[in-house]
Design a binder for this molecule. Structure first.
Ligand code: BGC
Length: 802
């Protein structure tokens, strides 16, 4: 792998690495994404073409381990990539269809151009007589016109003349088969496939619909030879495939180019007469490839301007790739859609395109660049508030219980059984007890409003969401007279290894510290909101959700008296964590090498992670990710504990020694927390977080989709983690903690009406530039000292301790 600042290049064709490259070379625009798969073939285990439109889900029933289970999946849509070719040199018989898997491939290279949002693939094929065909293919998923994609394939006949035969198709014969572990589950989501051709075969289309959610989908394709109207395509149609064939004469050393333009619509789209009609119409009207490419470049240029991140070296290159994939999944187009944050991007099928708490790692970054996207993602949650209220009611609670995994309508989508590939056993999945997802939603509402100054949202949908989550926490808290504390029992924390006490007959744990402290925070913010809501909004909202003053008194009490368990002088991950057995970490490392998925190893041994003080990922330490040291100490004070630097450090050390980092989120959170506690160790975790997807650290999982939370989290690690940036009380608060390995960087942020506030850290200095023409000055607080920076001016501040 060689990289330059704005390109990711893979030299050579490596079937074993192809699926990983497909995921990392995915192109998307927030509306849909297409994996960077070969166009020549989709056969064999090396290839998994996938196209996913944000929010297009379907549910199917499968039978596994003798049980019927229902799963909802983000649907793999018909493949628009197919374009294969073969040559017929003058006086010779046609050669075979060429593909990177075939014997005729001489060289191959592919490169992702991040600045321009294109994937280019170069191949040279040579036939048995030594005649070479040079192929260059440039692909885009249009960032300006979200329904369009295009692909130009150029053929150069090196030293011979003859014809190139091309088949360009839309393939509806697809399934959701991208994740091996899901192999036993039903996976045919598309039905009622039809194809057709229009206008003398210049356009073909394919339409279908999803089996259960009944979403209609249509793709239309126009394939033509550049500058050669005399060689029109011919259509060949079957039920599930629409193919255009072209036979193109090519002179000696001449280059001919074939352009394929595709439009994708679904019945979820507004302002259309029907997916098929509109797709055909759009593709007919679409500009030619050079003009599409130019407008695509311009759209990316605008996006990059709003997401400026300037980090030198290899870290900067990886961060740019992360930013690219975050923006391809959640772009300005997302703002018009009813979709959430898919944990694995629009890049693959792992976790079925579901929406988890991972948005906690994504929105804080977006808030300071694309606040309208954040707002739309919060809208996805608010529109599913009735489902969350219903879920709470169904377990006898009040308020909103957001699902651990969310999809189309906001019901709980967490699988009931999951497969341990190591043991081959299907096991009950209790991760739905991770009710802390509600705190993540509330935290994002608050953070978004603080960063954007969107009081309209804060006082309406935002307030409603936050208050209903607070109400859920209040109704989950039970008073324990012996402890004289409120307890939240029967939950699972962020660490998914522990879903119950050893030998217990019911799942769930008590007093998960992360859950309780974030619940206290939510209740506190809810009360603050109740006090500060403008009267008119307050009356309306309180009346609608029937919130009485007495209920608020109860919240206040709980917010001060939730139980936080301790053992051995550290915060306990949950009550009883300290009583669990210690794991022989060295022994397991020696025996298994990679023990990130210790849960699977132990289960395969007939044991369970529930018995050990061994965590999959940051759990207690998540508190240091969410809250600044000042805010965290305040929260603990409120709960009747003192959290000083020493006790926090002891807690960090304790869990650091007992965590296997089985989630990409873990190294990120550890880097963030250690940057303030144990600076010398932070970089190793930052490096691991950066390597997460590009080096496929979790062993094969990236091929199934990128880890969007970790990718966005690394961006935010620079933006907020290392700068200590907080947006509160109408000011930017800074508390920089640059690492020696990352002590020089810059971020351009959009803070309220101030577009592009430039924040640069250089060793011991902070430089803040507020552009001219912005609304009023920006208040910045560093080390307790406030600076008011006027538009058009730059201020240099010294870091404390210098
Ligand atoms: C992690 C969760 C995360 C999920 C989706 C799991 O492996 O443990 O924290 O939400 O992946 O990314």
């Amino acid at each position: 792998m060689t990289t330059r600042a704005w390109t990711w290049t893979y030299e050579g064709y490596d079937p074993g690495a192809e699926r990983l490259r497909e995921a990392l070379c995915t192109l998307g625009n927030g509306y849909f994404g297409t994996r960077g798969a070969a166009s020549e073939t989709s056969e064999g285990p090396a290839h998994y073409p996938g196209t996913y439109a944000a929010g297009v889900y379907n549910r199917l029933i499968s039978t596994v381990a003798g049980r019927q289970v229902e799963n909802e999946d983000m649907v793999n849509l018909p493949n628009w990539l197919p374009l294969r070719y073969r040559v017929r040199p003058e006086g010779a018989a046609p050669g075979p269809w060429l593909s990177p898997d075939g014997p005729h491939l001489l060289t191959h290279r592919q490169s992702l151009d991040l600045r321009h949002g294109t994937l280019t693939r170069w191949s040279v094929y040579e036939d048995d007589a030594g005649r070479r065909l040079r192929v260059e293919q440039c692909r885009l998923v249009h960032m300006g016109e979200p329904h369009l994609a295009a692909q130009r394939t150029s053929f150069t006949a090196e030293g011979w003349a003859g014809t190139v035969e091309v088949e360009s198709g839309l393939d509806g014969d697809v399934r959701n088969a991208g994740v091996e572990r899901y192999g036993d589950l039903a996976n045919r989501h598309l039905t009622h496939l039809r194809t057709g051709a229009e206008r003398d075969d210049t356009v073909v289309w394919l339409r279908c619909r999803t089996v259960n959610s009944d979403i209609r989908i249509a793709l239309a394709a126009r394939t033509r030879v550049t500058d050669r109207p005399a060689h029109p395509p011919h259509a060949r149609l079957t039920v599930g495939q629409a193919v255009q064939t072209l036979t193109i004469p090519v002179g000696r050393d001449e280059t001919v180019a074939v352009d394929k333009t595709v439009a994708l619509y679904t019945s979820r789209d507004p302002a259309i007469s029907g997916p098929q009609t509109t797709a055909v119409q759009e593709v007919r009207r679409a500009a030619d490839f050079p003009r599409l490419l130019a407008s695509h470049h311009r759209a990316w240029e605008r996006i990059w301007r709003e997401a400026a991140l300037d980090v030198p070296g290899e870290a900067g290159r990886i961060l740019r790739l992360h930013l690219f994939h975050v923006l391809q999944t959640l772009s300005p187009h997302t703002a018009g859609l009813d979709v959430g944050v898919p944990a694995r991007g629009l890049h693959g099928e792992a976790y079925r395109g579901h929406v988890f708490w991972d948005e906690l790692f994504v929105l804080p970054f977006l808030n300071l660049h694309f606040p309208e996207v954040s707002r739309s993602l919060l809208g996805y949650r608010h529109r599913r508030l009735p489902a969350a209220i219903h879920a709470a009611r169904s377990v006898g609670r009040r308020g909103a219980m957001y699902p651990w995994q969310s999809g189309s309508d906001g019901r709980e989508e967490t699988q009931e059984l999951h497969l341990n590939p190591r043991s081959g056993r299907w096991l009950p999945d209790h991760s739905r007890l991770q009710h802390h997802v509600g705190s993540a939603v509330a935290y994002n509402v608050w953070q978004y409003c603080q960063a954007s100054g969107d009081t309209e949202f804060l006082h309406t949908d935002g307030a409603e969401t936050l208050l209903q989550i607070a109400r859920f926490w209040a109704s989950s808290a039970v008073w324990d007279p012996a402890l004289e504390r409120y307890r939240i029992r029967g939950v699972v924390g962020p660490d998914e290894y522990h879903d119950g006490y050893p030998d217990a007959t019911v799942p769930g744990l008590d007093d998960n510290a992360y859950t309780n402290v974030t619940a206290a925070w939510v209740l506190t913010r809810a009360l603050e909101l109740c006090r500060t809501l403008p009267l008119s909004h307050r009356h309306q909202l309180f009346d609608r959700i029937r919130l009485a003053p007495s209920e608020q008194d109860g919240w206040d009490d709980i917010a001060h008296r939730l139980h936080v368990p301790y053992h051995a002088g550290v915060i306990s991950q949950f009550a009883g964590y300290g009583d669990l057995a210690e794991l022989d970490w060295e022994g397991y490392r020696k025996r298994y090498g990679d023990i990130r998925r210790l849960d699977r190893i132990l289960e395969a041994e007939g044991d369970t992670a529930n018995r050990y003080q061994a965590s999959k990922q940051a759990d207690v330490l998540m508190l240091g990710y969410l809250f600044s040291p000042r805010e965290l100490a305040g929260l603990f004070r409120q709960l009747g504990h003192s959290l000083d630097d020493d006790s926090w450090r002891a807690t960090v050390d304790y869990y650091l020694a007992r965590t296997s980092h089985g989630s990409t989120l873990s190294s990120l959170v550890h880097a963030w927390v250690l940057a303030r506690v144990r600076r010398e160790d932070a970089w190793a975790f930052a490096e691991e977080a950066l390597a997460g997807d590009v080096a496929d650290v979790q062993g094969g999982t990236t091929a199934e989709g990128i880890h969007l939370g970790a990718m966005a989290g690394t961006l935010d690690f620079v933006q907020r983690g290392l700068t200590g940036l907080e947006t509160r009380d109408n000011a930017l608060w800074l508390d920089p903690a640059p690492l020696p390995q990352l002590s020089k960087f810059g971020v351009g942020i959009r803070y309220r009406s101030h577009w592009d506030v430039d924040l640069r850290i250089r060793a011991q200095r902070v430089r803040i530039a507020v552009p001219d023409g912005t609304d009023g000055p920006v208040r910045v607080v560093l080390d307790g000292v406030e600076s008011v920076i006027a538009p058009g001016t730059t201020r240099r501040l010294e870091l404390p301790g210098v």
